[in-house]
Design a protein around this ligand. Sequence first.
Ligand code: FDA
Length: 393
Amino acid sequence: MKNVDVIVIGAGAAGLFCAAQAAKRGRNVAVLDHAKRIGGKILMSGGGRCNFTNMYTSHENFLCGNPHFTKSALSRYSQWDFIGLVAEYGIAYHEKTLGQLFCDDSAKDILNMLLAECKKAGASVCQQCEILSIEKLDAGFLLHTSQGEYQCESLVVATGGLSIPKLGASPFGYQIAEQFGLKVKPTRAGLVPFTLHEQDKKILSELSGISLDASANCNNVSFNENILFTHRGLSGPAVLQVSSFWQSGQTVEFDLYPNGDLLAQLQKAQHNQPDIQLSTALGQIYPKRYVLAVLPYFNVANKPLKQYQGKQLEQVAEAFHQWQLKPNGTEGYRTAEVTLGGVDTNELSSKTMEAKKVSGLYFIGEVMDVTGWLGGYNFQWAWSSGWVAGQVV
Ligand code: FDA
């Protein structure tokens, strides 16, 4: 039997960061993970460069049953605190766009920093350790694992979400919550590409590789970034963002000329070059291959501009400004960056992440019903929630 003060289940972003904080306070901490290779999601994140935070992080960048829940942790351990730590380790980084900070070199730098923080503070990390069962004791918890029994005062669950199962994702954190009588909100894939109905796919899959500026709108939220046509459907930042707000069966509206007035452009072209084809005029704005495929898809005839009456030109502009698409579904957890839903935040203290009903039991990171937008917000939640728990476990 191993006796420690704190056990953290899950050696991902939140778990490692929390373990280092607790160990710095002199607590004896063990992190247990069932995976062969730890920090898989960190290494894969941001295309291998880890978008580790966002300079503009605020509670408004998160989906959560309680929109105020994230405020306390984000203010006590903010993006600036984490940026300070990254700078302390001499890790070079840059802003890619919209406040998103990426490593210049490799996501490995962030994982190595977390492991160095654990090592320096004396937290141990144990890989390939299956947790077989958890029992509540009068004071603390008893864990039966594939590497023997552990007893601890505080138990931190940092098992993450369900996306990318091959990296060790499991529903274990939700099962622990349920074992202790805590509510878990239904889960679904977020920040995930859309798949298409056959009639859309037939035409749009031929546009694979084309990326356009667009704004994607659904359920009163709107994201103005790129969209990307793929051979499976639709991806790109604006699509990933809006996918977290989309419910099955709903329509997404895309403005494919989000920063201008297409009607005014076409009217000007009609006046200046009345003999050119509509496709030629649109080809000055969009890739030619895209224009030729979508005109028939939008049921728009291609003829010289002078042949369009005012109303018809309005209809052309409307087809591009208000493209209505009903996705067939999403690519699911196989490619999703995050899991929406999870341990209900009403069950947890927003100051410490401790379960209100079970003293000594904590949930941090993505396992709970807190999901960030695309852009470094999910890691910031891992750091902020891990840090606040690390001060008290
Ligand atoms: P995380 O998933 O990191 O860690 C959970 C750990 O628990 C894993 O090590 C797992 O093995 C372990 N575990 C699970 N079940 C267990 C069990 N039964 N027993 C023991 N251990 C168990 N975010 C962002 O802000 N910027 C970005 O650039 C990206 N990029 C990105 C790319 C891709 C491809 C994905 C899939 C995700 C991202 N994300 C992201 C999201 C980000 O990776 C994610 O939100 C955090 O890693 C969540 O941190 P956690 O520590 O909560 O879970």
